[in-house]
Design a protein around this ligand. Structure first.
Ligand code: ADP
Ligand code: ADP
Length: 226
């Protein structure tokens, strides 16, 4: 069973414009899936339908064995990692990671255990008292992932997380994201318009063009059969 199974997904905006047109993608457990294509090809719309921020016009969106078409975002147990990381500048690293657990009124002792476990995995344990403003881009990215980890989300969803960074930092962050994703083994869907990112990060790449799925293949297969 796929972790996230998109079956014949359609998104229609306004009168008849199909932003996503009959797209089927099976994201396997622990897989790093890339959605790539030029601006306007429908990749953000597709990601937003996975997370529940956009209504689905047609098709079936399965998460595990559950049909989630009509499920609110909070009932899908997915973690979106935003481009600007959406960290709170006035809170410490510890409190930034703890934030979703505080909202959910999780007991302090359990919060403490989860935050410390996550920050060990993410190699942030020495930075728990710092504020986001004093962290490197890579450390900030890890705090954002820490927040997703403590929620024990079933999958990470990234929407062009590196597009505002310079080339050097982008390269470092790619390495970092891949390393962490493999270590955590968490199912990931990652949207980018950047071919290099698509070919270096993904286990498989879904290539979209004008809302239509053109190819669904491993980077190696795409190199050999572009
Ligand atoms: P991408 O993420 O690949 O750049 P999007 O998913 O943002 O593409 O958009 C896909 C298409 O749907 C584009 O043509 C865009 O203009 C259109 N679109 C996106 N959001 C809306 C909306 N709220 N209303 C109408 N059209 C939209
Ligand atoms: P609340 O509604 O409890 O005040 P939020 O509005 O922050 O809290 O979140 C509502 C629900 O949305 C959460 O229970 C969580 O499941 C989900 N959620 C929060 N942040 C994210 C995120 N970054 N990505 C995906 N889902 C999220």
């Amino acid at each position: 069973m796929a972790a996230i199974d998109m079956k014949n997904i359609v998104k229609e905006y306004g009168d008849g414009f199909l932003a996503v047109n009959d797209v089927s993608i099976d994201v396997q457990d622990g897989e790093f899936m890339i959605l790539v294509g030029p601006s306007g090809c429908g990749k953000s719309t597709l990601l937003r339908m996975i997370v529940g921020l956009e209504d689905i016009t047609g098709g079936e969106m399965m998460i595990g064995d559950k049909l989630v078409n009509d499920l609110a975002p909070r009932d899908r147990n997915l973690a979106m990692v935003f481009q600007n990381y959406a960290l709170y500048p006035h809170l410490t690293v510890y409190e930034n990671i703890a934030f979703p657990l505080r909202l959910a009124h999780v007991p302090d002792a359990e919060i403490d255990r989860k935050v410390r476990d996550a920050s060990k995995t993410l190699e942030l344990d020495e930075h728990l008292d710092r504020k986001p403003g004093n962290l490197s881009g890579g450390q900030r990215q890890r705090v954002a992932m820490g927040r997703a980890i403590v929620r024990e989300a079933d999958a990470f969803l990234f929407d062009e997380p590196l597009s505002n960074l310079d080339a050097k930092l982008r390269g470092q962050m790619r390495t970092e994201i891949t390393r962490l994703q493999k270590r955590l083994g968490i199912t990931t869907v990652y949207v980018t318009h950047d071919q290099t990112e698509a070919m270096t990060l993904g286990d498989r790449v879904a290539v979209l063009k004008r809302g239509v799925l053109q190819q669904l293949a491993t980077p190696r297969e795409l190199y050999e059969n572009p």
